[in-house]
Design a protein around this ligand. Structure first.
Ligand SMILES: Nc1ncnc2c1ncn2[C@@H]1O[C@H](COP(=O)(O)OP(=O)(O)O)[C@@H](O)[C@H]1O
Ligand SMILES: [Mg+2]
Length: 336
């Protein structure tokens, strides 16, 4: 019988009034590199932490390799390798000692333990640093060691939570290549990121998460089919709606259409023109207050209150500028 490696059903987690994960269901098959993509605060880490049993779920069920984790937590954990978002290594242990320590938690012992630990270091390009202490390492090297600690026991499922945050380009491409290799060697991967471009580069299937919900899910091709040939920007207006001039907005280079509906302005713009900052400036300069701005290349508007740009350069250099503009105008910003 064919069994999916991870099955999540109606998973929910609340922290006080915040619904970190809101009734999500997902199925991940053996052999996939599954991308969980979303802005900061979307609920990715909380989802991962529930899969690994680090955080309890309020509602729902998770099965790993056909076993319900509520009933067989220990058995299930042996099949998982986790690369946590926050680097978890001991700076006063050498690289080799770090990897051997974590691999021993999964039951490896003796010569086998050392051999597998060295293989993991070799795989992450750190074997020549086996006896070094990681305290002087660059962010990228620490991240690679973080990965070595998660893979030495050769888990069937490897979960990587934003493993490329804050590292140099070279380490980043090394990590992305490692993900592909680990997958070719037989591991199923769950990879979270807020970079669309990374997910596009390595993932076979992607779910986009925002505000605790899965807002889109599919293969790369399926997701591309819901992405239009235009960019759409949704701006939710909280005051000064009467000051908006559709014709003035249409004068901005690249703007194709402007629709106003129930407090939201939807602006479609050409993908070839970098104009998001000009659109935001129009609102700022005309004292039109808005509660949130959403920019995405999809057909469907993401959850309100968020700002979620495709990060693959379609808005070009506008993203950074736009974020700064939003910050200066005091608008709650959840994109980074
Ligand atoms: N331990 C916690 N206590 C309170 N709120 C939390 C905790 N962990 C996460 N949250 C909140 O849950 C939401 C989802 O967070 P998280 O899962 O870390 O998102 P992501 O990993 O996508 O950035 C955020 O609003 C965050 O502030
Ligand atoms: Mg996170």
């Amino acid at each position: 019988m064919f069994v999916s490696i991870v099955r999540i059903s109606q998973l929910t987690k609340k922290y006080g009034d915040v619904i970190a994960v809101d009734n999500i269901s997902l199925e991940i098959q053996e052999g996939e590199i599954f991308g969980l993509l979303g802005p900061n605060g979307a609920g990715k880490t909380t989802t991962i932490n529930m899969i690994t049993g680090l955080v309890s779920m309020d509602r729902g069920d998770i099965w790993i390799l056909g076993k319900e984790i509520k009933r067989s937590a220990q058995e299930v954990k042996r099949n998982i390798g986790v690369v946590p978002q926050d680097i978890a290594i001991y700076e006063d242990l050498t690289c080799l000692e770090n990897v051997m320590f974590f691999a021993s938690l999964y039951g490896l012992r003796g010569a086998e333990l050392k051999k597998r630990a060295e293989e993991a270091l070799e795989f992450t390009g750190l074997l020549d640093r086996a006896k070094s202490f990681p305290r002087d390492f660059s962010g990228g090297m620490k991240r690679r060691l973080n990965i070595a600690c998660a893979i030495a026991h050769r888990p069937k499922l490897i979960i990587m939570d934003e493993p490329t945050i804050g590292i140099d380009t070279q380490s980043r491409s090394h990590i992305l290549q490692s993900v592909k290799l680990l997958n070719e060697m037989g591991s199923t991967i769950i990879y979270t990121s807020h970079y669309m471009e990374e997910v596009e580069e390595i993932c076979t299937r992607v779910a986009i998460m925002d505000h605790g919900k899965i807002i889109a899910e599919g293969t790369q091709d399926e997701l591309k089919s819901i992405v239009t040939d235009k960019n759409s920007v949704w701006i939710s207006v909280s005051g000064g709606m009467d000051k908006i001039s559709q014709s003035k907005l249409k004068e901005i280079n690249g703007v194709l259409s402007v629709e106003i509906d129930d407090g939201t302005v939807k602006i479609s713009t050409s993908k070839d023109v970098s104009n998001l900052h000009k659109i935001i400036l129009y609102f700022v300069e005309n004292d039109i207050f808005y509660a949130s701005a959403v920019g995405i290349g999809c057909n469907t508007a993401p959850a309100k209150g968020s700002f979620f740009c495709r990060c693959d350069g379609e808005f070009g250099g506008d993203i950074g500028l736009c974020c700064r503009l939003l910050c200066h105008s005091g608008i709650p910003l959840r994109y980074s």
